[in-house]
Design a protein around this ligand. Sequence first.
Ligand code: ADP
Ligand code: MG
Length: 358
Amino acid sequence: KQGEDREKDKADRATSDQVLDQRTRMILLQMINRGVVSEVHGAISTGKEANVYGAVSHDDQGEAIQRAIKVYKTSILVFKDRERYITGEHRFKGGFDKGNNRKMVKLWAEKEYRNLRRIYSAGIPSPEPLSLKLHVLAMSFLGDRKGWAYPRLRDATIEDQDEWRMLYIQLLGLMRKMFQVCRLVHADLSEYNILYHKQTLYIIDVSQSVEPDHPRSLEFLRMDIKNVGDFFRRKGVDTLTDRMIYDFITAADLPTDEPAMGEALEKLYESRPDEGDEDAMQVDNEVFRNQYIPQTLEQVYDVEKDGQKLEKGGGKDLVYSNLLADSVVDKGQDEGQKQEDDSAEGTESDDGAALDSD
Ligand code: ADP
Ligand code: MG
């Protein structure tokens, strides 16, 4: 009984700064009992869709090993934005019930777990997925032994210009490997979802990643490419055009391992007709970002029809209509928005009550 109370205290600690519902606490307790972790600590990150907690496990020698536990939120606000990722995802055919929040978060967690497993086993630096129970995912911790997480790429202090360029090349290689080997498009890739440590980039936050046959995968890939290009350009890196990167990632006949991938990219640099011409690149990026990319043969045949529809002011129903409407997304604005949403969140407790009642 005493031991049980102590265990319960450990799980309670995670709830002190962020209110966790009963169900989540039970899962954390279960993970403690099963030895996945031995303590759950405070939140490393509180986001719109999930909180990430630090945790510790102990090996046979009693040595502490840091862990991370991602807990998906069950609040309604979260899901609207997410729908577009899961609609058309064949891995979730049938198991998709819009009315059931708890089922939905379970799907996100499951998706992140599976995607992480693919990415991690392909040798892409990322957290190792360790355990999954409903909407709670335990994974290896990306940080030091004391529990300090590696910084996001956005916050990394890197002075050396050559290192920025090296990281850019490294990341393009990871994107290609993810596409070719894991058959995944990250779909939320930016300096916010990449951690940095010792000249290595770690890919995180992959619950929304989709396979190439997802009806919007190439649109998501184009977004990822834009985000990455914009960020590294701001860091002073001489970037390739979005189109070149797109071709590099999707080309079937290029290598998928280093150093060959890096060499292929260097060749691309050499092959640039208007090498480094900022204006020409900007124009090309703008054209590329607004260009319609057919995904299936059926869509190729539809392009002409759709074009006529758009000219007449219609076409809101087309999968790529939002691209035509707002092809430029301001990342800074997004982040500000995200913070506002965090503080304004009010449905969490309601939702917890709903969970407890059955
Ligand atoms: P969100 O959906 O809230 O964006 P993320 O998966 O991006 O969730 O995680 C949010 C933050 O938590 C990350 O920016 C990172 O700082 C931290 N984090 C996530 N996973 C880990 C991990 N495995 N190790 C260390 N820190 C992590
Ligand atoms: Mg994130």
